[in-house]
Design a protein around this ligand. Sequence first.
Ligand code: SF4
Length: 266
Amino acid sequence: MKDVGGDEKGGEKEGDLEQQSCRVNLGGIVPLSTVDWTGVAATVVFLRGCPLKCPHCQNWHLRSGESFEDLAVVEEKIRSASPFVSCVVLSGGEPLAQPRAARKIAGLAKELGLKVGVETCGFYPNVLRDLLEARSIDHVFLDVKAPLADPEYSRATGRENVAPKVRECLETSLQLGVPLEVRTTVFPEMPSREEVGTIGELLRTLGISRLTIQQGRPREGEEPFDPVPAKELRDLAEAVKKLIGIEAEYRVRGDDEDFDEDEQRK
Ligand code: SF4
């Protein structure tokens, strides 16, 4: 399987665009989800390929490889699900690695009266800017995996010099006034509690008032480990709110033994 190319214009090469003008490297489609855009019924389209190598990647099977589908197939699935959802979420892998497919799918969603969200690692600020300026995207869900500097960010993503791109995505979303949810996934070894605080400080400095802290779980096939318990994540979110002064929400999976949905703070 080959890796996605990693330039800032997205993973598609010009020749590929010509040859695969109506093809999408598709990882899958979930017709109805309420967890990707919290509380909103969404169709989630997973685009295959990602330039990063996060050590605990949950969607590692979508990082590389090829499983092309005609755009018409994707369109038909979105159209069928559209009476039951109010938005389409582009996810992956890294959906902005396929800028043309992302733009086309977003356009179709708009035609159907659906809002469009994108879950991105922030590697393609230029692609994100183009889509936001075209009003193709209504909501950005951006992973900030560590403080925005190397070596912390390269440790979290397996690649150097990613942090400036993520920062540009943050700034672009703010500049263009597009709703933004910043998500940080906490694993036992990283980011540390102090590093989550550093991320919170950065957000406050930029004028972003909210951070979502997610519980990192072992990915399929990796050496199992105990996730950070829900109580610790709750305390961390409380500390971010108290010490840094931004809103923080924590999320765990429903099978966490410490999980109590009523206790989740916003
Ligand atoms: S950015 Fe997401 S899809 Fe890409 S390697 Fe990291 S966790 Fe996996």
